[in-house]
Design a protein around this ligand. Structure first.
Ligand code: 5GP
Length: 226
């Protein structure tokens, strides 16, 4: 059977943002478990590791000086300063993965996401939203990874971030993780069906196709009119 169209085999670049505590990492981890065709970019940061965080798995942990050296070397696709620490997406690997048909996920904050939008406007921008601010507060307090002052800072930042939501293509409210994951999967699937991914159309000569259809023995006794 001949295909009518050829669509791009390139992977999509997917940018996921949302306030601290919205559940971005949980959603992305679920996606990665179910789909081998997705690769999560590991960021570099100058923030100190939290307990349980491993260098090279959760982040590449660098000193402030090392991070600034990497900025000078133009190693980052984007970087931003967030709550007094640097965070950045290493450039290496991303292009190779996309060319190999693998979707690349960046879980980054808004300033970085907007830089990616300038560079790669066709990327897919998804904002993960908590169901309410009181729920966000509860999640930030319950995870016990930050002291009171840092929680307050992250909570204030969340208000600013939510104001930028219209810069994204999609918003997913993370009330139940499974529902949120299903929504993100649906977005990724729809993005694969965009007409701008069509690279070629192979339509045969229309008259020949119709002629072949008319002389098809199986259709001889059927009444077909165009
Ligand atoms: P956390 O300290 O909670 O791990 O991350 C703080 C914020 O930095 C989160 O919103 C996270 O998504 C964001 N972030 C993580 N990696 C990067 C990155 O490479 N670039 C940017 N711009 N933000 C990042």
């Amino acid at each position: 059977m001949k295909n009518i169209i050829k669509t791009s085999s390139r992977g999509n670049l997917i940018v996921i943002s949302g306030p601290s505590g919205a559940g971005k990492d949980t959603i992305v981890n679920e996606l990665l478990k179910e789909n081998e065709n997705i690769w999560l970019s590991i960021s570099a940061t100058s923030r100190k590791p939290r307990s349980g965080e491993i260098d090279g798995i959760h982040y590449f942990f660098l000193t402030k000086e090392e991070f600034e050296e990497r900025i000078k070397d133009n190693d980052f696709l984007e970087y931003a300063s967030y709550n007094d620490n640097y965070y950045g997406t290493p450039k290496s690997d991303i292009v190779e993965k996309l060319n190999n048909g693998i979707d690349v996920v960046l879980v980054i904050e808004i300033q970085g996401a907007l830089k990616v939008k300038e560079l790669i406007p066709e990327a897919v921008f998804i904002f993960i939203m908590p169901p309410s601010m009181s729920e966000l507060r509860r999640r930030l307090v319950d995870r016990k990874t930050e002291d009171k002052e840092k929680i307050l800072k992250r909570f204030k930042t969340a208000y600013k971030e939510i104001n930028e939501i219209t810069k994204y293509n999609y918003v997913v409210i993370n009330d139940q993780v499974k529902d949120a994951v299903d929504k993100v999967k649906a977005i990724l699937l729809s993005e694969k069906c965009r007409v701008d991914r069509i690279e070629e159309v192979y339509l045969d000569n229309e008259e020949e196709e119709i002629h072949e259809l008319l002389v098809d023995k199986n259709l001889e006794n059927k009444d077909i009119s165009f």
